[in-house]
Design a protein around this ligand. Sequence first.
Ligand SMILES: Nc1ncnc2c1ncn2[C@@H]1O[C@H](COP(=O)(O)OP(=O)(O)OP(=O)(O)O)[C@@H](O)[C@H]1O
Ligand SMILES: [Mg+2]
Length: 289
Amino acid sequence: MYTIALYNNKGGVGKSTLTLAMADFLATLQVAGRPLRLLVIDMDGQGSISTALLGEGLTQRAKSGGCSIGHLALQLANGQQVNLQALLQNRSGSRGGHPPLPSLTVLPSERESMLDFDANPLRPLTLLSQRLKPLLAQQFDLVLLDLPGSLDERHLLAINALIMSDAVLIPVELTRLALQALPETVRMIRYAQEKNVQALPQPLGFILNRTDRRSRQYRLHLPALQALAEQQQIPCFDNHLPHAADLANASDDTLTFTSLKDRYGTYYPHVRKVVKELFDRWQHQQPSA
Ligand SMILES: Nc1ncnc2c1ncn2[C@@H]1O[C@H](COP(=O)(O)OP(=O)(O)OP(=O)(O)O)[C@@H](O)[C@H]1O
Ligand SMILES: [Mg+2]
């Protein structure tokens, strides 16, 4: 099983959108003659990705029934027996008689402040990697983690998630404000890496979002990103994601999509290329890991 986190400390740079589209694409893949067993964990209390994948109704029912990564983490921290099957939510596909989007499994989020972590802090920070990862490995091939922005050392659940990740993808935008936020993003990833006692080197990568290589913005800001990438030895993906107007509706759970192209428009082929590049880079890094 592989675990991929999508993280950038800056809000609105496209973490959840990329997680959503990657999940839909990955769920179409076959591994050894069967569909890839994919789990999406919503680490963001806003719940955008749960709502986009499951719909508002199912997401709310799941959360009020205690089916969230936060509740699961508390059970693990308390040393309770975890019934994973009862917490996971399935998107089985068809809505409104249209051809279904691929099936996948989702674990919704809960705001950390709603949970009594103060009484039972999520320590060690490797709780999820040590206790949850082995459980998930029994039934999934790949786990995607949609992280929130604005993290610091107090966000124990999200840091647990970073530590549990085998790879971290960092969607970035070539704007001055987004670039200013990047050193803090890298600092949090390094912090998580330091706390990870198993300390496998994590493949990382910056993925340019809303990018047009012919634009002035690209020429103006790319050197700053490249300098940081070189200094931190974090590669920039060759493939980028364009601005795609169709995405305005992609996470609207009141709409029914007849296909993935219908949902993501011109963004979709680029997501496929990014995923392929991720797997290529990964294969390349495996021997030294
Ligand atoms: N390539 C793109 N083209 C057009 N719109 C995009 C693109 N990427 C993201 N968006 C839009 O930008 C908004 C913010 O994206 P998203 O929610 O994915 O960001 P985020 O990083 O997850 O934000 P947060 O930190 O709040 O979780 C959304 O409305 C989304 O549809
Ligand atoms: Mg998000």
